[in-house]
Write a protein that binds this ligand. Structure first.
Ligand code: IVH
Length: 665
């Protein structure tokens, strides 16, 4: 096959594959089998592998993602991304309609759409090719998340047909269907990672991931609902959506024109119930004036368009039976009552447990075990009980008696003034508190110790191997390997994870200690202000209070923590283990690369960030662009334009192996 033949074939294949992608992901009506699709894709991949010069960013093969994205660049929106006025009441909706009616002598109509609960996105296409995908950000500028958005199958990389403007921006919502969230959370649970509370958080989190390969695996979807611009070739919003659909975007089939406010109200009533059967979250209906000329006449306030409003649904509730109540003890000793429920479907997932908050809330709702209770999903993972159907209560049910001793260690509970929760004061003897502190220490945002999830920490604790975070660093391979479900491999992983944690910066070590009221942000503030553990430990109340955002409660809590003997012992042990207790620059591993500046391009066997760290730890520098002063270009597979530049500037090109040689020399 000549290059010319290959180009023709590749273009033909891209067209066909794009079309099948659209049928599959946008229309949900594929016309070929997955197997046939894979064959086409394989052929295209084969050609692109043989003729790398034919690889095109808009090719459907480029959706697999790469793990090279380094942070996000902020991009200004051409038109600000505004929010919508909100209402929960039909009355206010009618007032909105009255304002519109007053503005015009002529007729007007509305378009009603579902309000998708995900993350909004702005997509810019030039000559039909996806150029840029930017998050809403603060409305004025957002993050460039193009690499991640490219992995979303329902977003065309290349627009269909030829009726699109030379440059066009479309906006819509990226969302995560229920099924995708569930499988993601199942996996996270297995790995001992924190679960995503809802599809919205999961979507926003996924869009901001650095590894677009992982993004590609997560199953994001999209709906387009708006095209900004002053000179679009359409008379109405509805037409613009039809056009977007014809270009290959997914536009909701539930979007509907409504001649008057009565029809709008009917649409809302219908979807308030019907949305529960949709495979993704919606939290309301968006009502928009259809005519673009009328939209322009109405214009915008500082924050919202005058031609649109969002009617928000009340949070979904379900009615189910309260079977029993468990009391959970957190790492700080706080008690949380959790209801076990007769499993019930709520907003797309099955709910078996719900929070009861605290004793006051239980008393307020007058909860009896066996009651029929209303459960509501808020923003949290655990739904909450918001009410009781007292009329369904049978005579024999008893009011729920709150516990007065700790369910784990039988210590009488205390309730501090001004606090809603009961506490178990036995912090040194209560198992979930002890294990909880170690779990927190090892968790991702703290020391991020690989292999040490919740279950493993509990296992180590139950077997008497660890009683505090310091003990982790005394562990031996054989001790871990002989525990159930463990083995040599997992033991090695844990030890390696512990070793790696010695590089975690001081601010995170401080957060990992679990000092009450010292969360991630405060830990960072304290680390920056004092620079070292020694300085922080010796700080007086006044010195602590002098730090920005540190109030009495935090300062006193820190003083109390450092004043306790057992904490001093723990800190001594952690210091001995070699954890980072100062904010000073980390020690160099060697100075083999001192004075050398590197630029990096292409795909390597490990993420770019890791290579950068490696170079820096040996005294080298990494520059984002190549210049005359670059010492080496580190190039991997599929090297980009930096390669030509290196040749032009006579910069020496090396591979990963040669880099390692330089370090080993
Ligand atoms: S229109 C200028 N339509 O709701 C009008 N927004 O509160 C732009 N949203 O940030 C928005 N579904 O993320 C519009 N069918 C829909 C929507 C929708 C969800 C989100 C969007 C926006 C927020 C506004």
């Amino acid at each position: 096959m000549t290059v010319q033949e290959a180009r023709v074939r590749a273009e033909a294949l891209r067209k066909v594959v794009n079309e099948h992608n659209r049928r599959y992901y946008v229309e949900s009506s594929p016309v070929i089998s997955d197997f046939e699709f894979d064959l086409l894709m394989e052929e295209l991949l084969g050609i692109e592998k043989k003729f790398p010069e034919l690889v095109d960013a808009a090719s459907p093969t480029q959706r697999v993602g790469s793990d090279l994205s380094e942070g996000f660049v902020q991009v200004a929106h051409r038109y600000p991304m505004l929010s919508l006025g909100n209402t929960y009441s039909e009355g206010e909706l009618r007032e909105f309609d009255a304002r519109i009616a007053k503005a015009f002598d002529e007729a007007y109509e509305y378009v009603c759409e579902l309000k998708f609960d995900g993350a909004s996105i702005s997509l810019t296409y030039v000559d039909g090719t996806l150029q840029r995908a930017v998050t809403r950000g603060d409305g004025v500028q957002g993050d460039d998340v193009t690499a991640n958005v490219r992995t979303i199958r329902s977003i065309p990389l290349q627009l269909h047909g030829d009726s699109f403007p030379k440059e066009v921006e479309v906006r819509g919502e990226i969302l995560l269907p229920h099924s995708a969230l569930e499988s993601m959370n199942r996996e996270r649970e297995k790995q001992g990672k924190a679960l995503f509370a809802n599809p919205r958080n999961a979507t926003a989190g996924t869009l901001k991931m650095l590894d677009s390969k992982e993004v590609a695996r997560r199953g994001l979807d999209s709906f387009i609902y708006y095209m900004p611009g002053n000179d679009l070739p359409f008379a109405s919003h509805y037409e613009s959506l039809q056009a977007a659909r014809s270009w290959g975007f997914k536009v909701s089939e539930h979007t509907q024109k409504c001649g008057d406010i009565g029809a709008v109200v009917d649409f809302i009533r219908h979807w308030d119930a019907a949305r529960k059967r949709l495979p993704y979250d919606t939290d309301g209906v968006v009502i928009k004036v259809n005519s673009l000329a009328q939209q322009r006449a109405l214009g915008f306030t500082a924050k919202t368009p005058r031609w649109a409003i969002a009617y928000k649904f009340k949070a979904e509730q379900a009615l189910t039976k309260l079977l029993s109540v468990d009391y959970q003890v957190g790492r700080t000793g706080a008690i949380t009552p959790v209801a076990n429920l007769d499993p019930v479907k709520l907003a797309g997932t099955v709910v078996k447990r719900a929070s009861l908050h605290n004793a006051d809330q239980i008393a307020l709702l007058d909860i009896h075990v066996g009651d029929m209770v209303y459960v509501e999903k808020g923003g949290e993972i655990i739904p909450k009980i918001v009410g009781v159907d007292a009329s369904a209560r049978t005579e024999n049910l008893l009011p729920l008696q709150y516990i007065d001793v700790c369910p784990e260690c039988a210590t009488p509970l205390v309730r501090l003034e001004g606090e809603a929760k009961h506490f178990c004061p036995n912090e040194n003897g209560c198992p979930p508190q002890i294990a909880g502190r170690i779990i927190h220490f090892a968790s991702r945002k703290a020391m991020n110790i690989e292999g040490l999830g919740e279950e493993t920490v509990e296992l180590l604790y139950k077997n008497g191997l660890v009683k505090n975070a310091g003990d982790l660093f005394d562990l031996h391979k054989a001790q871990i390997a002989r525990l159930e479900r463990m083995g040599d491999k997992s033991a090695e992983n844990i030890l390696q994870g512990l070793e790696n944690s010695k590089k975690v910066p001081f601010a995170r070590v401080l957060f990992a200690l679990g000092i009450r009221y010292v969360g991630e942000t405060i830990a960072k503030k304290l680390a920056d202000a004092f620079g070292s553990l020694d300085a922080l430990q010796n700080a007086t109340l006044e010195q602590l209070l002098a730090v920005d955002e540190i109030g009495e409660q935090i300062a006193k809590s820190a003083l109390a923590f450092f004043g306790e003997e057992k904490n001093q012992l723990l800190l001594g042990k952690l210091r001995e283990a070699g954890l980072c207790f100062t904010t000073e620059k980390q020690q160099l591993a060697s100075s083999k690369l001192e004075g050398l500046t590197f630029a990096i391009t292409g795909t390597m066997s490990r993420p770019r960030g890791e290579l950068k760290q490696l170079i820096e730890r040996h005294g080298g520098k990494v520059a984002s662009a190549i210049s005359g002063s670059t010492s080496y270009l580190l190039a991997g597979e599929k090297a980009g334009s930096k390669m030509q530049k290196a040749e032009a500037l006579r910069v020496k090109v090396i591979g990963e192996a040669q880099l390692l040689e330089l370090i080993a020399k």
